[in-house]
Design a protein around this ligand. Sequence first.
Ligand code: PG9
Length: 624
Amino acid sequence: GQPGYTPGKVTPDMVQTGSDIPKDWQQPQEAFDYVKKDVMIPMRDGVKLHTVIMIPKGAHNLPMLLERTPYNASGFAPNNSPHMKDAVWSGDTDWADGRYILVWQDVRGKYGSEGDYVMTRPPRGPLNPSKTDDTTDAWDTIDWLVKNVKQSNGRVGMIGSSYDGWTVTMALLDPHPALKVTAPESPMVDGWMGDDWFHNGAFRLGNLDFFVSQSSVKGGGEGIPREGYDDYENFLEAGSAGAMAQANGLEQLPWYNRVVAHPAYDAFWQLQAVDKMVAAKPSNVPTMWLQGMWDQEDIYGAVHAWEALKKAGYASNNHLVIGPWWHSQINREGWNLGPLKWSGDTARKFRKNWIIPFFDQYLIDGAPAKPLPQAMLYDPQADKWDQFADWKIAGNQTLTPIYLQADMGLGFGQAAAGSDSYVSDPARPIPYLARPIPADNESRWRTWLVQDQRFVANRADVLSYQTPVLTKSVTIEGAPIANIFARTTGTDGDFVVKLIDVYPQTYPEDPKMGGYQLPVSLDIFRGRYRKSYSDPSPIPAGKVQQYKFRLPTVNYTFKPGHRIMVQIQSSLFPVYDRNPQTYVQNIFFAKPDDYRKATVSIEHGGAAASAVLLPVVDKSGAGD
Ligand code: PG9
């Protein structure tokens, strides 16, 4: 049988009268190779910002790497490990090698920090009457750090991607003398022109989720609940962006209300364009401006800030880097971008071989010099980095038009006048990914810019012009410019232009890529802004108009055996809200009746020779 037992007596040690939680629990620290501190750093107005500091044990005379974030400073060291390398998130592993003190700070009003949160808070001035902004907060933080972190050598570097790249950029407007080097990675620089919120005036619908998750609560919030699995259907049924927002309570959010009150590029946007601000107050801090070539969120910022600084005469301390990456992939693994495979982990190698040595040289005594070329851009077809001693800013390049021609041809020669038409129907917008498009599919969102475009090839409202098979390579270095002449029967309309590399039908190096239509550079333009970004005007129905806009900067070679394609369409949904194609005051609030079909005619040849102006370089000589 089973063993029995003797009924026991209750002794005093069995009884707990107080709390099982001690007043002051101390984790034994012997095994830890670092000390982690949570501090509240006072700003000049008394508001305290929550800051996490990780100091390698026994450290002295070490530099500090600072990241200022709205995304929860504590989350950057999420793992309960006694080893600093394992305790930090993977993007910081390579920095946690005992040579740096790591510092993450919650921006004002988010997570553990006091004060009010304002979305990408504008600098002190007309849009911000207070005495603080992210420039003063960075200054005050660095001042406190160098005075209070005794293990430091008094030097600070700042890094961070996206919003955190924006905070780096704001620090550069009045850098504390201890700030010796920075790397804004995919920084948000101009939210209307081409970073997160809009591209050339077309609103990016996914922001509605961001607005809610970011500004409905102090900590981490949720996005908008979805009715169904396919976001194409969800947004189509909702109607306008404003209708989707209203149905989900966004009018409670001050930032949402400011955005929808300013659909055009008025002073609200002009006065927070960071590229203009850094050029007006250029700093001498050595800076690496970095972004992805297929950056699906902030493809505009780094390159425009860098160009503005080069134009202002500050190219010697400002460097441009464009890697073969999706947004913020620099801090993740970079073996591939969707189907494009690289010969190694391009992100980690770049962090280890370039970013860290670049920082070391300014922050660590005796570190070897690490001169950076003016620009480094990945060459995706050659699968290697190119270095440029003089990367040309837009406007200083020689542009070679590649013209739309009859019979859906494309070529460097002008063609006879003609046009091609399609019916653009807002009730059937062109998807940006093959449907269904689930709201939370991160990997498809990250790779949509390299999506094979054959999924739309057979739509009657997508025009695809292509060259014959190339016999010689065509290399472009810089920003292509779309220069489209078109008529529409509507009074407003969007134009999406895609520059595409069409792979050979058979591609033995990677058979799955046979016939692949790879977007090299693409963007959207909202027709009402064709004459002025700040003063939109209706499109005169039936009259040829010019739509000229810059596409994202690339370093790309179309190889022999490939073709170049230019694709044109009038919607890209639901990345971008639909243009009703009837001129209304504010597209956020377009009514169901405003959405009408329009016949769009794209002109070619003659006086209306639609083209994409390509920054072609002759690579037959040695070159960079
Ligand atoms: N792209 C995001 C963002 C940056 C700046 C403002 C708002 C959003 C990000 O990844 O942080």
